[in-house]
Design a protein. Structure first.
Length: 149
């Protein structure tokens, strides 16, 4: 084996070893993640340093628009002590596929938001629907504005 070939083999072995070590580090970081972390579609919005807004108890309704060809859903939320105690989503789609996504979302969202402080709720992809949550979040923002004391 020539001296140059041996240097190339050593370099390749060094790079391979570095990649393996780096890969192990990533695997170890993944393994170190807590397994009890929430995996639902709701994101907490309020930071520890920001005070919670105060909302009047009641039932509020708003329609949220979303999408390139504006679609909409109507959200009715019941608030008590800043907590969402009930939520209902009314689909408005006329396209059968869109209606199916909206109905699936409407069925799934109460389990994700009921019992949570309204300031801590922002829904992401849920029940296979990636756009309907945008309408829900827009309607929820309107509800916050309606209910703010």
């Amino acid at each position: 084996m020539t001296r140059l070939s041996k240097k190339i083999q050593v370099s390749i072995a060094g790079i391979s070893g570095a990649l393996i070590i780096t890969g192990c580090g990533i695997v170890n970081r993944e393994a170190a993640r807590p397994t009890s972390a929430p995996t639902n579609a709701v994101t907490r919005l309020r930071s520890a340093s920001s005070p919670a807004a105060s909302y009047a108890d009641g039932v509020y309704t708003a329609t949220g628009q979303y999408g390139g060809l504006p679609s909409s859903i109507t959200v009715t939320a019941t608030l008590s002590d800043n907590i969402i105690t009930d939520v209902e989503v009314t689909p408005h789609a006329t396209n059968p596929t869109s209606l199916d996504y909206q109905e699936s979302f409407a069925d799934a969202v109460p389990a994700e938001v009921v019992g949570r402080p309204i300031d801590e709720v922002r829904v992401g992809r849920l029940a296979g629907s990636s756009s309907t949550p945008d309408g829900f979040n827009a309607a929820l923002q309107q509800i916050r504005e309606q209910a703010r004391r």
